[in-house]
Design a binder for this molecule. Sequence first.
Ligand code: GDP
Ligand code: MG
Length: 292
Amino acid sequence: MPHKSGFVNIIGNPNVGKSTLMNGLVGEKLSIITPKAQTTRHRILGIVSGDEYQVVFSDTPGIIKPAYRLQEDMMKTVSTAFTDADIILYLTDVKEIPDAQLPYVKKIQHCKVPVLLAVNKIDLVEQADIEKLLNGWREIVKAETVIPLSALHNFNVKELFNEILRLIPEGPEYYPKDTLTDRSERFFVSEIIREKILKNYKQEIPYSCQIEIESFREAADIDRIKAVIYVLRESQKGILIGHKGEALKKTGTQARIDMEKFLGKKVFLELQVKVSEDWRDSQKKLKSFGYE
Ligand code: GDP
Ligand code: MG
């Protein structure tokens, strides 16, 4: 058998379960998952390899209208998702109404590569309603591409993967077989901090934070990590730190526990909060923070 390989871009609106699905496919917690919309800021690759195949999944930021600079950049990433993949995996969920998604569906069907449409979160509805919903989707996309799914409960994920394997072309391995992602440990460590901030703080706070790993020193028994959380305003710094530093301490402890699990090692985590005005609007600063 010739070796097969391909790139699969997972696209869809925020919160439909793209990150959950990719983590399920790869079998690792690569992408942060929270009930808040728009938690995936960067594109993250998840790589699944076998003896005769390699599938590279890309978890793209959700489809959203650009409201400010950062979101515009995210939209560019979404647009390139249409052009550089072997397969588009369009993810929707049982809450989305097919007709309302028609503009996206039309745009997606213009691309020359095969499109799979998976309807996620079917664990939330009755069997009869699932059929109705699937039929609604079949009316606007090609019938054979509609797959019911529960990423959270691992239902039909294997079947979806087999369908992907069937569709990917012959090709070489792009990454060494034991590679799970294109991102560094530094990246995942900062994502873990971001996830805890999203959990612990309300409203605009999480979206006003940018995390930078200042140093990551590895030793045999412990990793020493120094991270800076940049916020936009002095007042946000106060909220983040909290009364007597309690809030930041809680976030730091939660993050450290997850980092230890992820790295399989003890972690000493030092968290600092600094004000960096208008990082969100400044293209230059975006670049210095690692956005494309
Ligand atoms: P993304 O924005 O598309 O990446 O969505 P996430 O993967 O971050 O998931 C958003 C929310 O949907 C999280 O709270 C997930 O736990 C939840 N979710 C994902 N898949 C399923 C599923 O199959 N069933 C249910 N009930 N919830 C799910
Ligand atoms: Mg996501």
